[in-house]
Design a protein around this ligand. Structure first.
Ligand code: COA
Ligand code: AMP
Length: 626
C-alpha cells in the first residue's frame, strides 16, 4: 500500500492512534493521556487533558533547540521600500515584550484582543504575544470597514484593540484610527485600550485610552509562556456566513499545533530551516495558518509580504520575492496568477529572476481554473498544487500530499482527501453518491484536530450551520463530485457565500446594506463570474412604489454604501434596478438561477417558480455586460 493510502486508512480507522503519533511532534507542558473525547458528540475535543503553549512551540523551543540565529521572519514591503529580518531569538524577544505590554494593560489568560493591522511584522508579534499569555486573538482584515469591525468587537468583546495607524494600498493610505473610532462608536462593547503602531505614512491622533506601541515596548517587562489547556481557544477568526452576522470560528491550541505541524510536513513537504512564502493576509485563515503558525511551528523561515502581485511595482514582484529570498514554495490564491498573467502574459519579467529554488506552487482559496493552472505550471516550471479547505477547517481537506506521497495532478481538482478528513459527497437524502455524481461535499464526523470545535459563544449556531443538514456529517457548503480515482472536484458554494479575489464575503451582508436604502423595497446580491477576481458581486434592486430615481445615481449611492459599510474589498461596483425579483411560490428569491443566467449558463427554469415572466424580463439585465 502507498504511503498516502496507508496514512489515510489509519487516520479514519484509528484516529486516536494516528493523531497520538502526530502529537509527539509538539512540546507539551503536560502530555495528553486522552486523545479524543467524543462523550459530548457532536462536540468533540482532541487532547482534552493536554497542556501546552503555542508560542513556545513556535518560537522558544526553536531558540532553545539551537535555531536562535536562524531567520524566523522576513518582512518584504514594496509598499514602503523596507525589508527587515527577525531571527527566532529576536522575534521571541519582541513577542515576550509585547506580551508584557498586553499584561500591563490588564490582558490575562482567556481575554480577547482584536488585532486590526496591515501586513507588518508587529501583526505577527501581536498574535504570538496573545498566544504567549494565553489571551485569544481575533485578527480583523484591514480591508473591512468600521461596521464589520464593530460586529466583531461586539461578538469577541476584546479588552484591548491592537492596531496600526494606517495600511498602504497602491493608490491610497488607509487610515485605521478613524475607522477604529467609528467602529467603537457603533459597537455596544467598548474595549479598554487601543495600542497603536504609528507608521510614518499617516500618524494617528492619540486619545486618552490609546497607547503608543513603541513607547510601551520600550518600558515593557518580557513575559514567559503561560501553559494553557489544549482546548483553550488560541484565536477567533470571523468569516462570512450566509447571513450578515459573521461566524466566529474558534481554534483551540492543542489540535491546531498538532494538525498544522503534520500538514506543513506532509501536505506541503517543508523542512525546518527552509524559506516558505505564503502571499495572503494575516486577516484570513491562510495567513493565520501558513504565514504565521505552521512555518514557525516547524522552525522554517516565513516571508511576510506587504504588496500586491501587480503594480508594486510590476507583474514581476512575486518572481522577485521568490528569487531574492530563496523561497522553496509559494502559497497564494489563483487570482494572483490571473492578475500576473493579465499584465505579463508571456511572463517576460520572470526572465530577470532565478527561481530555481522553488519546488512547488500551492494555490487555494477559490477554484483553480484549468487555464490558470496550465499557465502557472508552464511559466513557473514547478508542480502547481490546488488544495481545498476553509476558515472552519484551518488546514487542507483535499490536496496532493507533496510531503507524504506526490500523486498525478489533474487540472481542475484539488486531488484527494487529506488523512483525517473523511470526505463524502451526499445527495439531498443523505446518501453517498457514486463517482462523477454531483452533491453536497460533506465530512464524516469527527473532524480531525485543528478543525473548529464550535463557534464563539454559539454552540447552537455551530450545530445549525454545519451539523444539522446531515446527521453525523459536517456540511462544507461547497458542492462537487468525486471521480473514479477518488479525486474531488469542487464546483462552488451551494449557499450565498461568494469568493472575490480569494476574499470570502457574504452576499447576505451586502443585501442588508442595499435594503437599508430608502428607495429600495427588495434586493438580491449574487456573485457573478469575473475573469480576474473569480467572482464579483452584482446587486438587483426593486424600488418602493412611487419612487422615482435616476438609476445611475442610485447605483452610485449603493456602491458607496457597500464600500463604507463592508469595505472596498467587496468590489461591489454595480446595482441594477429591476421590476421584480424571481421567486419560488414560497417567496424564496431564485438567486442560484439568476447566477446561472448571469454566468451565461443554460439555466433551467425551476418548477417551483411563482411567475416565470419575471425571470424573462430579468434575463437581458442579467446577461448585460458591465
Ligand atoms: N485594506 C484596505 N483596503 C484594501 C485592502 C486592505 N487590506 N485590501 C484591499 N483593499 C481595497 C483595495 O485598495 C481596492 O480598493 P479600490 O476599490 O479603491 O481600488 C479594493 O479593496 C479591492 O482590492 P483588491 O482585492 O486588492 O483588488 P484589486 O483590483 O486592487 O487587485 C488582485 C486585484 C488580484 C491583484 C488582488 O485582489 C489580489 O492581490 N488578490 C489576492 C488576495 C489574496 O491574497 N487573498 C487571500 C488568498 S488565500
Ligand atoms: P475561506 O474560508 O475564506 O478559506 O473560503 C473557503 C471557501 O473557498 C470554500 O468553501 C470554497 O468555496 C472556496 N475554496 C477554497 N479553496 C478552494 C479550492 N481549492 N477550489 C475551489 N474552491 C475553493
Amino acid at each position: 500500500m502507498g504511503a498516502y493510502a496507508d496514512a489515510f486508512r489509519r487516520s479514519i480507522e484509528d484516529p486516536t492512534g494516528f493523531w497520538a503519533e502526530a502529537a509527539q511532534a509538539v512540546d507539551w507542558t503536560r502530555a495528553p493521556t486522552t486523545v479524543l473525547d467524543d462523550s459530548r458528540a457532536p462536540f468533540v475535543r482532541w487532547f482534552p487533558d493536554g497542556e501546552l503553549n503555542t508560542c513556545h512551540n513556535a518560537l522558544d523551543r526553536h531558540v532553545d533547540g539551537g535555531r536562535g540565529d536562524q531567520t524566523a521572519l522576513i518582512y518584504d514591503s514594496p509598499m514602503t521600500g523596507r525589508q527587515a529580518r527577525f531571527t527566532y531569538a529576536e522575534l521571541r524577544d519582541q513577542v515576550a515584550r509585547f506580551g508584557g505590554v498586553l499584561r500591563s494593560l490588564g490582558v490575562e489568560k482567556g481575554d480577547r484582543v482584536v488585532i486590526y493591522m496591515p501586513m507588518v511584522p508587529e501583526a505577527v508579534v501581536a498574535m504570538l504575544a496573545c498566544a504567549r499569555i494565553g489571551a485569544v486573538h481575533s485578527v480583523v482584515f484591514g480591508g473591512f470597514a468600521p461596521r464589520e469591525l464593530a460586529a466583531r468587537i461586539d461578538d469577541a468583546q476584546p479588552k484591548v484593540v491592537v492596531a496600526a495607524s494606517c495600511g498602504l494600498e497602491p493608490t491610497r493610505v488607509v487610515e485605521y484610527k478613524p475607522m477604529i473610532a467609528a467602529a467603537i462608536e457603533i459597537a455596544d462593547h467598548k474595549p479598554d485600550r487601543c495600542v497603536v503602531l504609528q507608521r510614518e505614512q499617516a500618524r494617528a491622533e492619540m486619545g486618552p485610552d490609546d497607547v503608543d506601541w513603541t513607547e510601551a515596548m520600550a518600558s515593557a517587562e518580557p513575559v514567559e509562556c503561560v501553559p494553557v489547556g489544549a482546548n483553550d481557544p488560541l484565536y477567533i477568526l470571523y468569516t462570512s456566513g450566509t447571513t450578515g452576522k459573521p461566524k466566529g470560528i474558534v481554534r483551540d491550541n492543542g489540535g491546531h499545533a498538532v494538525a498544522l505541524l503534520w500538514s506543513i510536513r506532509n501536505v506541503f513537504g517543508l523542512e525546518p530551516g527552509e524559506v516558505w512564502w505564503t502571499a495572503s493576509d494575516v486577516g484570513w485563515v491562510v495567513g493565520h495558518s501558513y504565514i504565521v503558525y505552521a512555518p514557525l511551528l516547524l522552525g522554517a523561515t516565513t516571508i511576510l509580504y506587504e504588496g500586491k502581485p501587480v503594480g508594486t511595482p510590476d507583474a514581476g514582484a512575486f518572481w522577485r520575492v521568490i528569487a531574492e529570498h530563496g523561497a522553496v514554495t509559494l502559497f497564494t490564491a489563483p487570482t494572483v496568477f490571473r492578475a500576473i498573467k493579465k499584465e505579463d502574459p508571456d511572463a517576460k519579467l520572470l526572465e530577470q529572476y532565478d527561481i530555481s529554488k522553488l519546488r512547488a506552487l500551492f494555490l487555494a482559496g477559490e477554484r483553480l481554473d484549468p487555464d490558470t493552472y496550465h499557465w502557472a505550471t508552464e511559466k513557473s516550471g514547478v508542480p502547481v498544487i490546488d488544495h481545498w479547505w476553509q476558515t472552519e477547517t484551518g488546514w487542507p481537506i483535499c490536496a496532493n500530499l507533496r510531503g507524504l506521497e506526490p500523486m498525478p495532478i489533474k487540472a481542475g481538482s484539488p486531488s484527494v482527501p487529506v488523512p483525517g478528513w473523511d470526505v463524502q459527497v451526499l445527495d439531498p437524502e443523505g446518501n453517498r453518491v457514486g463517482p462523477n455524481t454531483e452533491g453536497a461535499i460533506c465530512i464524516k464526523l469527527p473532524l480531525p484536530p485543528g478543525a473548529l470545535p464550535t463557534l464563539w459563544n454559539d454552540d447552537d449556531r455551530f450545530v445549525a450551520s454545519y451539523l444539522s443538514a446531515y446527521d453525523g456529517y459536517y456540511l462544507s457548503g461547497d458542492g462537487g463530485y468525486v471521480d473514479e480515482d477518488g479525486y474531488l472536484y469542487v464546483l462552488g458554494r451551494t449557499d450565498d457565500v461568494i469568493n472575490v479575489a480569494g476574499h470570502r464575503l457574504s452576499t447576505g451582508s451586502m443585501e442588508a446594506v442595499l435594503a437599508a436604502h430608502p428607495a429600495v423595497a427588495e434586493c438580491a446580491v449574487i456573485g457573478v463570474h469575473d475573469s480576474l477576481k473569480g467572482q464579483v458581486p452584482r446587486g438587483f434592486v426593486v424600488l418602493k412604489a412611487g419612487v422615482d430615481v435616476d438609476p445611475e445615481a442610485l447605483s452610485a449611492e449603493l456602491v458607496a454604501a457597500v464600500r463604507n459599510e463592508i469595505g472596498a474589498v467587496a468590489a461591489f461596483k454595480r446595482a441594477d434596478i429591476v421590476p421584480a425579483l424571481p421567486k419560488t411560490r414560497s417567496g424564496k428569491i431564485l438567486r442560484r438561477t439568476m447566477r446561472g443566467i448571469a454566468d451565461g449558463r443554460d439555466e433551467p427554469v425551476p418548477s417551483t417558480i411563482e411567475d416565470a415572466s419575471v425571470l424573462d424580463k430579468l434575463r437581458p439585465i442579467l446577461t448585460k455586460e458591465s
